[in-house]
Design a protein around this ligand. Sequence first.
Ligand code: ZN
Length: 301
Amino acid sequence: MGNIIAIDAGATNLRIALIDGKGKILSRLSSVTDGPNLLRQLYEGIDAHDAFEGIAVAFAGPISRKTGAILKSPNLGIQGLNLVGLLEKKYGKKAILMNDCVAAVLAEKYYGAGKDCDNLAYVTISTGIGCGVIIDGKVLLGKDGNAHEVGHMVIDQDSLLRCGCGSYGHWEAYCSGKNMPRYVGHLIKTEYAGEPSALSIGRKKAPAEHLFAVKGDRVASEIIGKIGMINATGFANIINVYDPELITVGGSVALKNKRILEDIKRNVHKYAINRMPEIRLTSLGDDICLYGAAAGFRYFG
Ligand SMILES: [Zn+2]
């Protein structure tokens, strides 16, 4: 396999790299993802690199593997974009589109901790919450390629918290980087109304970093505990449904706040019925979806 363009189109960051057949990044560009102008950003980023054999895009949101289209991305304001068709027409090369977490779990299998595993899952806790799953050595896809949208698992059917997808009570509505501040604000206004806390001074919303940085604050500590239990519920659901031997965890919220994984590991056994898998942070860091796009070009191409 020759060099390919690997693209990680995340809800926050857009990374475009040229990767060789052995998975080495030869050149790269990164910028902030501009949803409405994504196509122009991709063209400019691709044009800035040397010759390539194909294009592989890992996208953070629901896609159609068959049509190569982005179905809708609530986090980026994109709906019905025929990305593969447009890229193939413009460059005359093969292009493929995959969910970013499918890419990430393939990166783990080809280049990371999952080399010797046939049953593994990758979970990202970032702007959103997503998952990629390999079972019996095969990537789990589903009819459109979204068989693992774990962030939209219902964890509270009575919830008043609305998820970015429009529905209620989803895991992501509580614990993703984008929605966690809203959950914290909701708790401050309801369960902890009138209680002294650094979280309620001068701000309605507390970014994840602020919540986890507050020391000696009972309200913050209890809220972190609640988030930990919800994350443990989500992981237990993944273990119960997919029965993986390894779960690797990435995404900026999980990578920056070690407490997130600690709370998951401490509490997940309370809800899981299957034998515990190994659960660890990914070693592939921020580039996991670039490696994953390259791995996906091999796997799907
Ligand atoms: Zn949702």
